[in-house]
Design a protein around this ligand. Structure first.
Ligand code: AMP
Length: 366
């Protein structure tokens, strides 16, 4: 499939010895190189190109879970070298959003990546390995101006409209500007053959594909399936804040989308017929919760349930079966009102509101 030599423990880039909050963590040796700056990573990438190796990039914000790992496995199946970026990008968080509370779990992330590399090594020469982690500082990613989260803030930004204004973008106006900007920076630094994104964030995948097309970025975008827990909840770094009660009630979104999917499978193509099936579920679950006491219930708000065109994300009145559609939604789980000491309330004691997103794809019929 592709040639590679097994990479032994390699020295951490000398650039990492510069003092920083994370420097002690970077002094450890891993089975991959850890880069905080672009030039040494580029040097490695250039050598890989000369050696006719291929690079698959998996951009992440850390707090790694099986969703991320599945993308890494896919990247390793399709490339000799997998680069994983770990960077919590400030410009995609609005001024009132949860940048400071976003989970940061460097040590366990590195341990998980080591486990994946051991698993890949057991598979032998037909799969690639994680060979580089890019964990840049914000000064590296935003060299000129401090990153701004203001809607009219200054800076060098990539904006992809109108897609970025729809769905998630309607509630999070700077989100996709931040995502597109950081991905463009990562793509320019890494110059990967392929970059891997999860279906879980469907609008992100549509925005990135559009950006790559419109800016002639020479990286192929690959989308991996949504990884779910056993009960069906889509995995997300933010799920650690849910706790048991909100986790269970949070399944309402997936259940509602499944109901809409079933309505389509039963022959309905009209928007109202498909989305009514989902809205009935959310309304019923919410009224069931409202009937409970504050120490028993988990309240939520439905931000949107959408039936949209897979490429433009324009809302659809009728599904054209030859084109398919995207069913997606967002639900905001409110903080718990009351809880007992023994209850599993998740990180943050149930006080952090958690926005859940999910989607199902209605595939075009052949
Ligand atoms: P994040 O760290 O949340 O920015 O996610 C990094 C990448 O992992 C993105 O491409 C996400 O779409 C993807 N991802 C996150 N959760 C999942 C999941 N449950 N299944 C598949 N991919 C996921």
């Amino acid at each position: 499939m592709f040639s590679r030599t097994t990479r032994q423990l390699s020295a951490v880039s000398s650039r990492l010895s510069r003092p920083s909050v994370m420097s002690s963590q970077f002094l450890r040796q891993y089975s991959f190189q850890v880069f905080r700056d672009a030039p040494p990573l580029r040097q490695m990438r250039r050598q890989l190109l000369l050696d006719q190796k291929t690079v698959g990039l998996v951009p992440t914000m850390g707090a790694l879970h099986e969703g991320h790992i599945s993308l890494i496995r896919q990247a390793a199946a399709e490339n000799s070298d997998v680069f994983v970026s770990v960077y919590v990008n400030p410009t995609q968080f609005g001024v009132n959003e949860d940048l400071s509370s976003y989970p940061r779990t460097w040590d366990s992330d590195m341990a998980k990546l080591e486990e994946v590399n051991a698993e890949l090594a057991r598979q032998g020469g037909n799969v690639g390995r994680i060979t580089a982690i890019l964990a840049p500082t914000s000064k590296v990613m935003y060299p000129t101006l401090p990153p701004s989260s203001e809607i009219d803030g200054d800076g060098s930004f990539v904006t992809i409209t109108p897609i970025s204004k729809r769905l998630e973008g309607a509630s999070r106006p700077v989100f996709f500007r931040g995502v597109a900007t950081v991905c463009m920076k990562l793509f320019n630094i890494v110059r990967a053959d392929r970059a891997y994104f999860g279906q879980k964030d469907v609008q992100q995948s549509v925005v990135i594909k559009r950006m790559v097309k419109d800016f002639h970025v020479d990286t192929e975008i690959r989308i991996g399936n949504t990884v779910r827990g056993q009960d069906g909840l889509a995995m997300s770094s933010r799920n650690v804040y849910l706790g048991a009660r909100r986790h269970k009630v949070g399944l309402v979104l997936y259940t509602a989308l499944k109901a809409a999917e079933s309505a389509y499978a039963a022959g309905n193509v009209k928007r109202s017929d498909i989305l009514d099936a989902a809205n009935r579920i959310t309304a019923r679950v919410l009224s069931d919760q409202q009937a409970l006491t504050p120490s028993e219930r988990a309240l939520f708000e439905v931000d949107y349930i959408s039936l949209a065109d897979p490429e433009s994300l324009d809302e659809l009145d009728v599904v054209d079966p030859s084109k398919g559609a995207v069913l997606s939604g967002a639900v905001k789980m409110a903080p718990l009102e009351e809880s007992s000491a023994a209850e599993d309330c998740g990180l943050g004691d149930g006080k952090v509101a958690v926005r859940l997103i999910d989607n199902l794809i209605i595939k075009p019929r052949a």
